[in-house]
Design a protein around this ligand. Structure first.
Ligand code: C2E
Ligand code: MG
Ligand code: MG
Ligand code: MG
Length: 281
């Protein structure tokens, strides 16, 4: 009897495992052809200077226009893309699109001539010693100054402490590209990397920002990160602002840059262009 039950359990387990594996494989195959079929699209979310509330940058965020599932968010595919060694290709596509797009906007609209773009590069890039040269080529081809491009990295990228990572980040910094630490406060690294690596700014994670009005611990963390940024001479972006009161509080705290659904959700290039033109004079 025990043997029969055991077998039944095994069969059930096997079936669900099989289903899961089949789904993962399907997603993997779809992901592999998504670039060739042009299914990735870059959305943009504005980042404002606090006080004046003028847009100073847009963050490029990838979306997947899946042929049957519709718009897919990066949370559902970036991890798998990383596992199958495909994330650098996606990032590279986004970086190129974003630079060409920004160059076009800056040329066609004088109000946008100082706008920057900020892109997310996964940690896999920073051991690639050819990265600075490739990025410098994109800047040259698009005619963008290095100050128009910001790169967002996660603490994970700095965990390895390989010598190449130091070289690559120092070269990027040498080109004049700002390096922003994304999701600050959620990683595992010590704060030591803030002086070991040429980090120029912090993006405090939205989990601390969104509810900071109602959660005093979160507000205390935001204030502490603000003090840290100030003492280390780093710029500071607060992301995840979902209401006006939070935005006003962050402005009172003199947090330099503001980002969140309250300002605008990430949207496609045409919608964000309209938004940018309406919010710049
Ligand atoms: P992230 O870089 O921290 O980007 C901010 C995320 O927070 C975006 O989610 C954005 O839509 C969301 N967000 C912004 N403001 C608010 C707000 O007020 N409330 C809430 N609830 N959310 C807000 P998204 O676009 O789904 O991207 C998720 C993550 O996927 C990104 O987090 C980033 O880590 C990754 N990602 C996105 N695009 C790329 C890419 O091109 N390459 C790589 N490697 N990763 C990317
Ligand atoms: Mg980011
Ligand atoms: Mg973030
Ligand atoms: Mg994130």
């Amino acid at each position: 009897r025990a043997k029969a039950e055991g077998r039944r359990r095994f069969v059930l387990f096997d079936a669900s495992m099989h289903e899961e594996a089949t789904r993962a494989l399907k997603l993997e195959n779809e992901l592999r052809v998504a670039i060739d079929r042009n299914q990735f699209e870059v959305f943009y979310q504005p980042i404002l200077a606090s006080g004046t509330r003028k847009p100073m940058a847009v963050e490029a965020l990838v979306r997947w226009q899946h042929p049957t599932d519709g718009l897919v968010f990066p949370g559902s595919f970036i991890d798998l893309a990383t596992e199958i060694g495909f994330v650098r290709e996606i990032d590279w596509y986004v970086l190129n699109q974003a630079c060409y797009q920004l160059a076009e906007w800056r040329q066609s609209h004088s109000e946008l001539s100082d706008l920057s773009v900020t892109v997310n590069l996964s940690s896999e890039h920073f051991s690639q010693t050819e990265l600075p040269e490739q990025i410098s080529n994109i800047l040259e081809v698009t005619g963008l100054p290095a100050s128009a491009l910001r790169i967002e990295i996660t603490e994970h990228a700095l965990l390895s402490d390989e010598p190449q990572v130091h070289t690559v980040l120092n070269e990027l910094n040498g080109l004049g590209i700002q390096l922003m630490m994304d999701d600050f406060g959620t990683g595992y690294s010590s704060l030591g990397y803030l002086h070991r690596f040429p980090i120029t700014g912090l993006k405090i994670d939205r989990s601390f920002v969104t509810n900071m009005l109602n959660q005093s611990e979160h507000q205390a963390i935001v204030r502490t990160v603000k003090a840290l940024a100030e003492n280390l001479g780093l710029s500071l972006v607060a992301e995840g602002i979902e209401d006006e009161d939070t935005m006003v509080l962050l402005e009172q705290m003199e947090c330099e840059f503001l980002q969140g659904f309250h300002i605008s959700r990430p949207t496609n290039k045409d919608t964000i262009l309209e938004w940018l033109l309406a919010h710049t004079q």
